[in-house]
Design a protein around this ligand. Structure first.
Ligand code: ZN
Length: 77
């Protein structure tokens, strides 16, 4: 029943998920909010949904948050 597995996999994707391209655009601001102890998932719900399902972008997000905490966010971007 691998067809059903594939369908279930597809249905698990959050409809709010904005996809990698848009996620990468918003990631710096999202990471700044995360590092500042804010609630970025309330400001960028689509990005939050994407980070839950995309390993690559969630890794980028973690790296950005770490960089901001270590070096400050002012001279990023
Ligand atoms: Zn992604």
């Amino acid at each position: 029943m691998s067809d059903w597995d594939a369908l279930n996999e597809f249905l698990r994707i959050d409809p709010r998920d904005i996809g990698c391209d848009l996620a990468l655009d918003g990631l710096p601001a999202y990471a700044e909010l995360t590092a500042a102890g804010g609630h970025p998932e309330e400001v960028f719900p689509g990005l939050a949904a994407h980070l839950k399902s995309c390993r690559a972008c969630s890794c980028d997000h973690e790296a950005l948050v770490r960089a901001i905490r270590e070096f400050g966010g002012d001279d990023l971007g």
